[in-house]
Design a protein. Structure first.
Length: 131
């Protein structure tokens, strides 16, 4: 999105619709819903639409509290900053989200090891009970 904003003067709903057509799965649905609601308007600000849509999709996408915080921050500023500041805001969010993904992957790895160890211990316990 940041790259498209940098090279085009398309309205945000158009940029979001184009981004939603790429293969982003449920995240693409989130982006598409933003575009749809922005087009419908209903005298709501981008920030209001962003936060409502994020609230709707947060549980469905299994977002962590840190991810929700990052995305809320993006939505609070989007549409209120000048072009380059908007792009910097999106790039900063990209870095923060990449770090959050890395943390989640590390947590997953640790939990997988713990579950594997727990499975072995439960197996040993069952063997002991049958003896």
């Amino acid at each position: 999105l940041a790259e498209r904003m940098d090279f085009t003067l398309e309205p945000l709903p158009t940029l979001l619709r184009q981004a939603a057509q790429e293969d982003f799965g449920e995240a693409g649905e989130f982006i598409g819903e933003l575009a749809r609601q922005l087009t419908d308007g209903q005298n709501r600000t981008l920030s209001e639409i962003w936060h409502e849509t994020l609230h709707t999709y947060a549980q469905r996408l299994s977002l962590t509290p840190a991810t929700i915080r990052i995305l809320k921050n993006v939505g609070s500023k989007m549409g209120q900053l000048a072009g380059m500041a908007e792009i910097e805001n999106l790039n900063r969010a990209d870095v923060e989200l990449s770090e959050e993904i890395r943390r989640c992957e590390e947590d997953f790895s640790k939990n997988a090891k713990l579950l594997k160890s727990s499975g072995v211990l439960v197996g040993i316990l069952i063997v002991i009970l049958f003896l």
